[in-house]
Design a protein around this ligand. Structure first.
Ligand SMILES: [Fe+2]
Ligand SMILES: [Fe+2]
Length: 137
């Protein structure tokens, strides 16, 4: 289960709201896996995958735009990591979702967990002070 904690906050309201959205999608997946008793979850998986992809594209574009606008010096690293996550979700789209339902759900949940642990907590946290110093909250 994905639980938001204060330590995940990068002290920028719009970005925290977007990051919370990722937790919400992670929890939807968690519930789906937990309640999975060989039921057919194809429609729900498809739905969450679309939401997750749209979210990924939107959030990364939002962050990168803000970084460009304010001349954030670690933009290149952010772009590299963002692209890696985007590639992963595009790769999940190519899987046979119907045949591999549980695998795809597990992969999606790992995708969300990795994103939080490896990117939000590490890389996104680095821009907190930078933006706050510029008056962006
Ligand atoms: Fe982010
Ligand atoms: Fe980011």
């Amino acid at each position: 289960m994905f639980k938001w904690k204060d330590e995940y906050s990068c002290n920028i309201e719009s970005i925290d709201l977007q990051h919370k959205q990722l937790f919400k999608l992670g929890n939807e997946l968690y519930e789906l896996i937990k309640n999975n008793k060989n039921h057919d979850n194809y429609d729900q998986i498809q739905q969450i995958l679309i939401e997750l992809k749209d979210y990924t594209v939107y959030h990364f574009e939002y962050e990168e735009k803000l970084m460009k606008e304010y001349g954030y010096d670690d933009l290149e690293n952010q772009e590299i990591e963002h692209k890696a996550f985007l590639d992963k979700i595009l790769n999940l789209e190519t899987k046979d979702i119907d045949e591999e339902q549980l695998n795809v759900m597990m992969d999606m949940m790992m995708f969300v967990a990795n994103w939080i642990e490896k990117h939000i907590v590490k890389s996104d946290m680095k821009y907190k002070e930078f933006f706050n110093d510029k008056g962006v909250y």
